[in-house]
Design a protein around this ligand. Structure first.
Ligand code: P1T
Length: 385
C-alpha cells in the first residue's frame, strides 16, 4: 500500500483515502444507500448491498488498516460487535485466555453469552507471563489482551503474549482502545488482530458508537469479512463518516490528552485525599519498562482510589465535579469521570472485581483536551468536597 510509506500523522489524514471519482469530493460522501443498481444480474460496480459493502464504511476500514499497519480493516456497529465477530471464529470446546481486568461489557459478552455456546474462558492477571502459559493447552485458540486495561491501567507485554500465542497456535487479539494506534501499534509487536471501540479516541467527539478490527493475515480477514456480512453488525454510513472525520485529528488530540493526563496523574498523586493513582507513566509502576517499550506516551486515562475506599466519598467527589462530566465512556475531547464499580464494570461480580482492584473508592478519569488549569482546579474543588 503506497500510503504505508507516509508517516503516522500523515496517514491519519490520507491513509487509504482518495478523492471520490465522480466529483473529486475530498471527503468521502455519506453513501446513505442500502443498495446499488446492477446493469444485468450480478453485473455491478463492486457494491451490491450495504451490509456487504458500503463506500463510506470502506473508506473508514482502509484508514484504520493503514493506521494500525494492517492489510485489512473492518468496521462494526459498536466495539462489542467487533469483539463478537472475533469470538464467532471459535467453535464449542475452544478455550480463550483473557485479561482478568478488562472492560465490563467485554467480560459480560465472554462470560454470559459465549460461555453458553461451549467456549471456555480463563481470566488471568497478565502482568505475570507465567500465569498465561500455565493455562495454555491444545484447545487454546485465542489470547485476548486489553492494554492498558480498563480501568486499572495495567500494561500487558504484547510481545511476550505473542510468543505464547504463536507457540500455542492461537490468535493474539489486542484491544487497543485506551492507547490508540498513535501511541501503540500491536501488530508491530506480534499481535494478529487489533480491536478498537472507535466510540472512544478514534472518533474522539462522543458522538458515535462504532467498533473496528485491523488484521494482518488474509485468511483471518476473510473469515472476519464472512462473519461481518453473515451476522450483519455493521455500522451505518453516517457513523463511518463521523469516525473518519475524527480520525483525521487523532494525532493532535491524543498528544494533548497525554499532556493533560500526565498533569492530572501527577497532581492526584500528591493529593492528601488520594490513596493511589493508576497511570502507566509513573516510573515506579511495575510495568513501566514494558509501557515505555510498546507505547509512545502514556495516554489520557487516569484512575485513582480515594483514601478510605468508600463508595460515599467517591460518589461525593464525582458528583461535585463541574468541568469533568460524570458519564460512561471515554476518549472524547471533553473530560469525563466515572465510578467503575457502579457504572462501566457493574456487570462483573463484586468478588471478581475486588480481585482486580475495582473497589468502591475507585474513580476513573478520561482527561480531555481542555485547558489543564481548569481541569486541575475542578479536581481541587471536588476533592475538598
Ligand atoms: O461501547 P463499545 O463501542 O461497544 O465498546 C466496548 C468497549 C470495548 N473495549 C474497551 C476497552 C472499552 O472501554 C469499551 C467500552 N467502554 C466503555 C463504554 C467505558 O466507559 O469504559
Amino acid at each position: 500500500m503506497a500510503d504505508q510509506k507516509l508517516n503516522f500523522n500523515s496517514r491519519t489524514i490520507h491513509g487509504g483515502q482518495k478523492p471520490e471519482e465522480t466529483t473529486g469530493s475530498v471527503m468521502p460522501p455519506i453513501f446513505q444507500t442500502s443498495t446499488y443498481a446492477q446493469s444485468a444480474p450480478g453485473e455491478h460496480k463492486g457494491y451490491e448491498y450495504s451490509r456487504s459493502q458500503n463506500p463510506t464504511r470502506e473508506a473508514l476500514e482502509k484508514n484504520i488498516a493503514s493506521l494500525e499497519g494492517a492489510d485489512y480493516g473492518l468496521a462494526f456497529g459498536s466495539g462489542l460487535a467487533a469483539i463478537d465477530a472475533i469470538l464467532k471464529m471459535l467453535e464449542p470446546g475452544d478455550e480463550v485466555i483473557s485479561t482478568n481486568d478488562l472492560y465490563g461489557g467485554t467480560h459480560r459478552l465472554f462470560n454470559s453469552i459465549f460461555r453458553k455456546y461451549g467456549i471456555k474462558f480463563h481470566f488471568v492477571g497478565m502482568d505475570h507471563v507465567s500465569r498465561v502459559s500455565e493455562k495454555v493447552n491444545a484447545k487454546t485458540k485465542l489470547i485476548w489482551v486489553e492494554t492498558p486495561t480498563n480501568p486499572m491501567m495495567n500494561v500487558i507485554d504484547i510481545q511476550a503474549m505473542s510468543k505464547i500465542a504463536r507457540e500455542a497456535g492461537a490468535l493474539l487479539v489486542v484491544d487497543n482502545t485506551f492507547a490508540t494506534p498513535y501511541l501503540q501499534r500491536p501488530l508491530e509487536h506480534g499481535a494478529d488482530v487489533v480491536m478498537h471501540s472507535a466510540t472512544k479516541y478514534l472518533a474522539g467527539h462522543s458522538d458515535v458508537v462504532l467498533g473496528t478490527l485491523a488484521v494482518k493475515d488474509q485468511e483471518v480477514a476473510e473469515q472476519l469479512y464472512f462473519i461481518q456480512n453473515s451476522s450483519g453488525a455493521v455500522c451505518g454510513p453516517m457513523d463511518s463518516f463521523l469516525t473518519l472525520r475524527g480520525l483525521k485529528t487523532l494525532h493532535v488530540r491524543v498528544q494533548r490528552h497525554c499532556e493533560n493526563g500526565r498533569a492530572v496523574a501527577e497532581y492526584l498523586r500528591k493529593h492528601d485525599a488520594v490513596e493511589a493513582v493508576f497511570w502507566p507513566g509513573f516510573e515506579d509502576q511495575p510495568q513501566y519498562e514494558v509501557a515505555k517499550r510498546q507505547m509512545k506516551d502514556f495516554g489520557g486515562m487516569v484512575s485513582f482510589r480515594i483514601k478510605g475506599d468508600q463508595f460515599e466519598d467517591a460518589s461525593r467527589v464525582v458528583s461535585a465535579l463541574k468541568v469533568f462530566t460524570l458519564a460512561e465512556s471515554l476518549g472524547g475531547v471533553e473530560s469525563l469521570a466515572g465510578h467503575p464499580a457502579s457504572m462501566t464494570h457493574a456487570s462483573i461480580p463484586e468478588a471478581e472485581r475486588a480481585q482486580t482492584g475495582v473497589s468502591n473508592g475507585l474513580i476513573r478519569l478520561s482527561v480531555g483536551i481542555e485547558d489543564v488549569d481548569d481541569l486541575l482546579a475542578d479536581l481541587d474543588q471536588a476533592l475538598k468536597a
